[in-house]
Design a binder for this molecule. Structure first.
Ligand code: URP
Ligand code: ZN
Ligand code: ZN
Length: 455
């Protein structure tokens, strides 16, 4: 057995000073004091918080996003995740147009199986709606995929309103939640053209061409469609604006049920002034080109307040990494050619713990980054919970650790981090995945215990 001793366990009942024993891939005992036998290994957790491993419900590893392949593979991305305390990712497999969902699932397994340090599950994104996809939803459920995604933006991915409504209705029937990328794609296309023609070609054009209205309108539209589908379950992913938040509040005030909300550290910690960052070659603003874009400080403040007030269910990263040099810089003369997305899977727990120190306690961090993602995506209480019988995914967290986030020392396989120079408070001291020590003090052990998580 591995016994974690002297820590403060973050359990659904609150902080509990207790020991925890793991055997194989399960938590087998939680008690005030567990005495180790001769063959047992002890992990000391004095002055530490012991979390159920963090879950990142929104990643894009090893995928083609329409412009380029992401920099992180499943191997590098899940290794980086575990170094930061995240023991499970839910990644977006995508059935592109002309590809069936079962074929896409086979392809994503081919990419991930046998290479992962963290556990992994798959959402399934649909780029078209047809009878084949309708018929395959049940097969997806049987293959352990209980969450799906559609887009309102990106020409090669997006569905129209009637199609989105049908997906929602069908998922309500077979069981499943729809995650939706809420930006009005028609408007974005028109505004991109307009901004470019005005002579704005640099990264700041990205934010100017995707204003908050594009998100507010799309969130509102999604929630009306979900209501029309009988309050079908929806997850508004990467919420970034006050307008989007207000649309969610309005729908909830009307009594609509089954609305879940995700945001990401970048929308809680950064703002659109980042697009003006020059760096050595005047193109550093491209690091922050992601969709939705970084927003005004007022949006950030509204989201932070909503998070602390309990209005947001989960914090995920939307990790979708591209190198600044060799990938993003291909859009040097045209912001529309900069691959969209940024890295974050390694730093989410410490970024949120530090940024919200004094506002969010360990139970809140657990709820937002472990328990709720497990609940929303059908893994609870096997994951997201320290309890006897739960999976042995455990993060021993030292809240006293102090260190600085640097691209030079990160494990994400990308040449920058949006959090360069951030003074981090806390660190994942020991991270267990399926009962195997996979990272210690932010460094990987080399083990690859990650497994597919059918849901
Ligand atoms: O810019 C981003 N976020 N790229 C990843 C795809 C998405 O929209 O989630
Ligand atoms: Zn998205
Ligand atoms: Zn995404």
């Amino acid at each position: 057995m591995i016994i974690i001793k002297n820590g403060a366990l973050v359990t659904p009942q609150g902080l509990r000073r207790a020991d925890l024993a793991m055997e194989g891939d399960k938590i087998v005992r939680i008690a005030a004091a567990i005495e180790p036998g001769e063959d047992d290994t002890v992990q000391d957790a004095t002055d530490c918080w012991v979390f159920p491993g963090f879950i990142d419900g929104h990643t894009h590893m090893q995928c083609w996003t329409g412009m380029d392949w992401t920099a992180d593979s499943f191997e590098t991305g899940t290794r980086a995740a575990v170094c930061g305390g995240t023991t499970t990712i839910v990644d977006y497999a995508t059935a592109d147009r002309g590809v069936t969902m079962p074929d896409a699932l086979v392809e994503w397994h081919h990419r991930a199986d046998g290479t992962c340090t963290a556990n992994y599950a798959f959402h399934m994104a649909l780029a078209e709606w047809n009878e084949r996809n309708r018929a395959d939803l049940s097969a997806m459920r049987e293959a352990g995929v209980s969450s799906f995604k559609t887009y309102f933006a990106y020409d090669h991915l997006r569905l129209d309103d009637a199609e989105t409504l049908e997906v929602l209705e069908e998922l309500k029937r077979v069981g499943g939640i729809l995650c939706v990328h809420c930006e009005n794609g028609t408007l974005v296309n028109a505004l991109q053209k307009r901004v470019f023609e005005q002579g704005i070609h640099g990264p700041e054009g990205h934010a100017l061409s995707r204003p908050d209205v594009c998100e507010g309108e799309a969130v509102s539209r999604l929630l009306y469609l979900a209501h029309l589908a009988g309050d079908a379950p929806v997850n508004v992913v990467h919420l970034s604006t006050k307008l989007g938040l207000e649309a969610i509040r309005a729908a909830k005030a009307r009594g609509q049920k089954n609305i879940y909300v995700e945001t990401c550290p970048q929308y809680l910690m950064l703002d659109d002034t980042c697009y003006l960052e020059q760096g050595e070659d005047g193109f550093a603003g491209a690091k922050y080109v992601m969709s939705p874009p970084l927003r005004h400080a007022g949006d950030r403040a509204a989201l932070r307040e909503a998070l602390v007030a309990g209005e947001i269910d989960t914090i995920a990263t939307d990790h979708c990494s591209f190198n600044l040099h060799g990938q993003k810089d291909r859009g040097r003369d045209d912001f529309r050619a900069i691959p969209n997305g940024g890295p974050g899977v390694e730093h989410r727990p410490v970024a949120i713990a530090t940024s919200f120190e004094g506002q969010l306690g360990p139970e809140d961090l657990c709820r937002l980054m472990s328990e709720n993602p497990a609940r929303v995506f059908g893994m609870y209480p096997r994951k997201g919970c320290l309890a006897e019988g739960a999976d042995a995914d455990v993060c021993v967290w030292d809240p006293q650790a102090r260190w600085t986030i640097r691209a030079a020392t990160q494990h994400q396989a990308v040449d920058y981090t949006p959090l360069e120079g951030f003074e981090a408070h806390g660190r994942a001291k020991a991270v267990f995945v399926n009962g195997v020590l996979a990272a210690r003090d932010g460094e990987p052990t080399g083990a690859q215990p990650g497994r597919y998580v059918p849901r």
